[in-house]
Write a protein that binds this ligand. Structure first.
Ligand code: ADP
Length: 191
């Protein structure tokens, strides 16, 4: 199995690079952000609850996303592996993920961290907000999401560095430039 986590601040290009990884390595994409947005669209109870956090740029409770992952692993077993995009976002989630995977006799093989400075991130998110219609791409919410990333998510990198899995990727340049940096890392680990 090839299980990859793609980390990065909001606007770092996680979604774009995940798509390229899926195309090349045939991984199953798990984006907790996409799942939560679809729950909101379908007006489920879970979606209503999640929206309260997401619209303010806060993380939804750990328990909620861990339960979602748990269900997914049961109902959607991957053939080749998973690409996790936007999960884990806290140490609690990282530990839960390790235990869910080890129960399935598998583990995380590669952790990619897309490194983009704040100035570029803010520019990209504001631009995206003009076209995405995502109601968390507003200047106020962007500020809060970046803060949440640095306070709650970035510390997780240390956890993966200790496991020897972390690769920092320069997230500036063209989509192709960035993907070729990623390919080098993944190919080194692949099988
Ligand atoms: P981005 O990384 O660009 O902010 P995402 O789609 O990954 O976009 O996440 C959007 C929002 O969904 C987050 O700000 C957060 O509120 C919620 N969310 C997504 N994944 C998680 C997670 N693993 N834990 C907690 N909240 C999450």
């Amino acid at each position: 199995m090839l299980n990859i986590i793609i980390f990065g601040a909001p606007g770092s290009g996680k979604g774009t690079q995940s798509q390229k990884l899926i195309d090349k390595y045939h991984l199953m994409h798990i984006s907790t952000g996409d799942i939560l947005r679809s729950e909101i669209e379908n007006r489920t109870e879970l979606g209503k609850h999640a929206a309260k956090f997401m619209n303010r740029g806060k993380l939804v409770p750990d328990e909620m996303v861990i339960d979602i992952l748990h269900e997914l692993f049961i109902h959607k077993p991957a053939k080749v592996g998973y690409i996790l995009d936007g999960f884990p976002r806290t140490l609690e989630q990282g530990k839960a993920l390790d235990s869910m995977l080890s129960k399935r006799n598998t583990k995380i093989n590669v952790v990619l961290s897309l490194e983009v400075d704040n100035k570029h991130l803010t520019e990209r998110l504001i631009k995206r907000g003009e076209v995405s219609g995502r109601n968390d791409d507003t200047p106020e919410t962007i500020k809060s999401r970046l803060q949440v990333y640095y306070n709650q998510t970035a510390p997780l990198k240390e956890y993966y560095a200790q496991q020897g899995n972390l690769s920092n990727i320069n997230g500036l340049g063209t989509i192709e430039d960035i993907f070729s940096r990623i390919e080098k890392v993944v190919d080194k680990h692949n099988y």
